[in-house]
Design a protein around this ligand. Sequence first.
Ligand code: PEP
Length: 248
Amino acid sequence: MSRQQIVAGNWKLNGSKALINAFNEHFTHTDIPNVSIMLFVPALYAEAVDKSAFCVGVQNISEHSSGAHTGELSVAMLNDLGIKYTLVGHSERRQMYGDSNAVVAKKVSVALDADITPILCVGESLETRDAGQVNEFIQAQLDSVIELVGIAGLSRCVVAYEPIWAIGTGHTATPEQAQAVHAFIRQYIASKDAMSAQQISILYGGSVNAQTASDLFAQPDIDGGLVGGASLQQADFLTICQAANQRG
Ligand code: PEP
């Protein structure tokens, strides 16, 4: 994927068929030409999302291709259903389900091998920020992926910077805080390959809402957002998409 404005909604363990129908109706006739709007709904609902209005993705994949892994989803199944996007390494998966840097890297690798675009989530805790170690922490998360798939592989991902202290807390990072980390991520990628740094989309996530989106998306290295809570409200999500559209 080349660099572009993206707004991705992460519904987590929320939503219903009725809500998806409402989103389908609400977004089908909107004019947001400059933004790829992605919806990461619970996998059961992926088929119900209107693909003319949204790029549909899942919130997690297995690093395994098949076999005795109860409850998991494989990339082959995604391809079977025409689903081309997956989140990888969301902090909730890292913290609650044991997705270590090594597992995250493996998931990125199997997704890329299957031509599925991973939205690779990275981001630090408040302790790490307070200790002044943000860049080192993010760099280690990126390095584990680069070690497995190379910079060429990373450049086929979308990166989402999501500080853990901002996710679901209502404490959005300031545009300046977010821009500083986005600039670091782009510079770090540039230190490996300048073209990859120009081409990759880097999204901000963490309590983005209808009020904060415009100022965040106006930052030079922020290419849109990964949105949790506000992506469950049609009107708010539309306002966020329109904010990205103005940038695009
Ligand atoms: C997320 O889950 O990726 C997220 C950013 O959530 P929220 O927008 O609710 O903070």
